[in-house]
Design a protein around this ligand. Structure first.
Ligand code: MRU
Length: 383
C-alpha cells in the first residue's frame, strides 16, 4: 500500500500577484490565489498568502487569501491554520506581507521599526509553538541583514519572500526525512496510535507524526492507525482521520477515553505524536491529552515516539515547566455557558522526557536527553 500524497492539499501558498505561476494554477491553493488576485485590485508583484481553512474541514476545502499580514495573524489565532510547523510557516508569510507594506513607511529607520513591530505582533499570535518565533526571526534577520548591507527595502522584500519559501521547502524536506528515520523504528504490520493532528495539514507538507506513518505505509508496514478524536477542538476526528483516509491509509477513529482499552487489548504497537515545543531536557509540549497517552503507553509498555523538526526544539528552555501553555476560550469546551460553571481549557500539556522513548528528527533519532546536543550539532543532510 502506498500513501497517495498527491490527494492531500497544500496548507499554505505564498505567491506574487501577476506571477506566471498564478495564471497556470496547478493546485486548489494556487487556484484560490489566482481567483483572489483577479478579483481584488492588487498591484503587480504584491505578495499574497493563502491558507487552507482547517476550521471548515472535513466538510469543505476552502482557502483564505490575503495581502494583509494582520489577516494571517488572525488565521493563526483562530486556528484556520494550526500545527507548530504550519504556524511557523504562516508567521514567515505574515512577515513577508508586512515587509512589503513597510516599504511605504518612509526612511530606512521607519521601515525597520514597522517590520519589527509587525514581527512582535506575529510572534504573539500563539505562545506555545516555538516554530512561530523561530520562523519569524529567520525572516526578520534576513531583512535586517539586507538593510545593514545597504540594500533598499524592495531588495529586503524580495529576500524575505525567498526566505519564507525556503522555510516551507525545508519544512517539507525535514518531514520527509523524519518519515524515513521514523519508519525504520516501526515493526512490520504495525498499528500506531496518534493524538491531535501532526499531519501534512499541520506542516508545509507531509507531516511529522503522520509523515512517519506515510513513510511506513509506503514501506507496507501499516496495518492500522488509531486516531484519538482530541477534544475539545477535535483535530483528530476532523483533520487526522480526513487526511489519512484521503491518502488511503487505514484509520480508525477513537474517542480520547478509549485509548486505554485499545492499548490494553494489545492493538497498539507504537504511539507517535508531534510536538509544539521541546525543552532542552527532552520534555515535550504537545496538544492537551498527549501526557495521558504517554502515561498509558508507559503502563502498557508501548514505545512512545515524538516526531518533530529541530525547529521545534527550544534550547533556551531548560525544562517543560518553563513552557508557556496557551489557554483557550471556554466556549471550545462548553459552547453554551452554564451559570456557576468555570472552564479550564489549556491547549497543551507537557510530557516528561522519561516517558518519551525517542525523538525523531530530520537529523536522526535521539534519546530525549540528547536533543539539545543534537540541535547544537547543527546542520544535517536530512538523510
Ligand atoms: O492547537 P493546535 O491544533 O495548533 O495544536 C497542534 C498540535 O499540538 C500538534 O500535535 C503539534 O503542533 C504538532 S504539529 C506537527
Amino acid at each position: 500500500m502506498h500513501a497517495c500524497l498527491d490527494r492531500l492539499p497544500r496548507t499554505l501558498v505564498l505567491l506574487r500577484a501577476g506571477e506566471p505561476s498564478i495564471s497556470g494554477a496547478e493546485d486548489a491553493a494556487t487556484e484560490a490565489v489566482a481567483a483572489f488576485a483577479s478579483t481584488a485590485a492588487i498591484e503587480r508583484g504584491c505578495p499574497i498568502a493563502c491558507c487552507l481553512d482547517q476550521r471548515a474541514l472535513p466538510d469543505a476545502e476552502s482557502y483564505l487569501c490575503t495581502t494583509d499580514w494582520r489577516d494571517v495573524v488572525h488565521w493563526v489565532k483562530e486556528l484556520a491554520v494550526r500545527g507548530a510547523p504550519a504556524i511557523g510557516a504562516s508567521g514567515a508569510c505574515a512577515l513577508v506581507l508586512a515587509v512589503h507594506e513597510a516599504q511605504a513607511a518612509g526612511d530606512e529607520g521607519a521601515f525597520l521599526r514597522y517590520v519589527e513591530d509587525a514581527a512582535c505582533a506575529i510572534r504573539d499570535a500563539r505562545p506555545t509553538a516555538v516554530n512561530l518565533s523561530w520562523a519569524v526571526d529567520r525572516v526578520l534577520v534576513t531583512v535586517k541583514d539586507c538593510v545593514s548591507a545597504g540594500d533598499d527595502p524592495s531588495d529586503a522584500s524580495v529576500r524575505a519572500f525567498d526566505e519564507a519559501h525556503a522555510i516551507m521547502a525545508e519544512d517539507e524536506a525535514a518531514n520527509r526525512a523524519i518519515g524515513r528515520h521514523g519508519c525504520a523504528l516501526l515493526p512490520d504490520s504495525c498499528s500506531v496510535l496518534t493524538h491531535c493532528n501532526a499531519g501534512s495539514l499541520a506542516t508545509s507538507f507531509y507531516g511529522t507524526a503522520l509523515g512517519v506513518i506515510y513513510a511506513a505505509a509506503d514501506a507496507g508496514k501499516v496495518k492500522m492507525v488509531y486516531a484519538d478524536e482530541t477534544r475539545p477542538v477535535c483535530q483528530g476526528s476532523r483533520l487526522t482521520v480526513w487526511e489519512l483516509a484521503r491518502a488511503g491509509v487505514p484509520v480508525t477513529l477513537i474517542c480520547d477515553d478509549m485509548a486505554a482499552s485499545v492499548m490494553a487489548s494489545g492493538k497498539v504497537d507504537a504511539v507517535i505524536v508531534g510536538a509544539d515545543r521541546i525543552a532542552a531536557n527532552g520534555d515535550v509540549a504537545n496538544k492537551i491529552g498527549t501526557l495521558a497517552v504517554a502515561i498509558l503507553a508507559d503502563r502498557y509498555q508501548i514505545p512512545f515516539y515524538v516526531a518533530a523538526p529541530l525547529s521545534t526544539v527550544d534550547a533556551g528552555c531548560l525544562c517543560g515547566d518553563a513552557i508557556v501553555i496557551e489557554e483557550r476560550a471556554a466556549s471550545e469546551v462548553l459552547p453554551k455557558p452554564i451559570e456557576g460553571v468555570a472552564v479550564f481549557n489549556p491547549a497543551f500539556d507537557v510530557t516528561p522526557a522519561c516517558l518519551v522513548r525517542a525523538i525523531i528528527t530530520e537529523c536522526g533519532v535521539f534519546a530525549p536527553e540528547d536533543i539539545a546536543s543534537a540541535l547544537r550539532l547543527g546542520a544535517c543532510d536530512n538523510g
